[in-house]
Design a protein around this ligand. Structure first.
Ligand SMILES: CC(C)(COP(=O)(O)OP(=O)(O)OC[C@H]1O[C@@H](n2cnc3c(N)ncnc32)[C@H](O)[C@@H]1OP(=O)(O)O)[C@@H](O)C(=O)NCCC(=O)NCCS
Length: 228
């Protein structure tokens, strides 16, 4: 590692480095291209801007100092978006990003279709039926999201992005980190388990019924980092 950078070679050089402002568009594109279990978000909504505005721009615009990217020939091919204090992210999302997105939605700024309406109804009915999230954020305050473009999966990029982020968390003496995934993200589960993450919560989800032919569980994994 060199100034927080990791450089390794697959067919040509891959660089793991902190996020720069110029990466924003590429990161958001990958986020939307991989939102449905590694496939594009258009599987369940017509306009990807809804997903990005309500959810992802927190990481690129408010807490970009905790984001990491993997690049090849200057192009971003994978990212990890991190957050050191989940409470802050949840509050900002609920008080600023979601209302802003909702107002744009009412103002006709997005393309709305059957897929999005179906998703929204299912999202709220799932939310009502789900048990309350009782994850102890004092133990696991940080979290992250990670996605690699399809052609570059399986080359060790995901592991290296997580290692860089964990090192950053440890340097800042953050006590623990969690992440949310599903039983359908098979490779992600292998990676998290191999890296020492423990399963903290598992809840049956009905959100993806009709899209995926197996029962889906929402899973929360955590890793303790610092006991100082
Ligand atoms: C999950 C993801 C981030 C992992 O990144 P990656 O660069 O593909 O993974 P790596 O190459 O670092 O491999 C991770 C581990 O999984 C294993 N692995 C990778 N691909 C595999 C495959 N197809 N089958 C089985 N094991 C596999 C590797 O052996 C490695 O284990 P190790 O490091 O302990 O030896 C990436 O595949 C991805 O973006 N997937 C689609 C979206 C997604 O699921 N995101 C996570 C949402 S929570």
């Amino acid at each position: 590692m060199n100034n927080g950078r990791i450089i390794f070679t697959v067919e040509s050089e891959i660089v793991i480095r902190p996020y720069h402002r110029g990466d924003r568009e590429m990161v958001l594109n990958i986020a939307a291209d991989t939102a449905f279990f590694g496939e594009p978000v258009e599987k369940f909504m017509e306009d990807r801007r809804i997903f990005l505005d309500a959810f992802y721009v927190y990481y690129t615009d408010k807490e970009s100092e905790h984001c990491w990217v993997a690049t090849h020939d200057e192009n971003v091919i994978g990212f990890l978006t991190g957050c050191f204090d989940t409470r802050i992210q949840r509050e900002y999302t609920a008080k600023v990003l979601e209302p802003q997105t909702f107002i744009r939605l009412l103002g006709g700024k997005y393309r709305i279709g059957k897929k999005f309406i179906r998703y929204l109804l299912r999202y709220f009915s799932t939310k009502l039926r789900s048990p309350k999230d009782d994850l102890d954020l004092s133990q696991y305050p940080a979290h992250f999201h990670i996605n690699i473009v399809k052609e570059w999966r399986g080359y060790g990029i995901g592991r290296k992005l997580i290692e860089s982020y964990l090192e950053q968390l440890r340097s800042a003496k953050i006590g623990g980190v969690h992440l949310q995934t599903t039983s359908y993200n098979k490779v992600a589960l292998i990676l998290y388990k191999n890296m020492g993450f423990e399963l903290l919560q598992s809840t049956r989800s009905h959100l993806w019924e009709g899209h995926v032919n197996e029962p889906i569980y929402e899973l929360t994994y955590g890793l303790k980092l610092y006991t100082g």
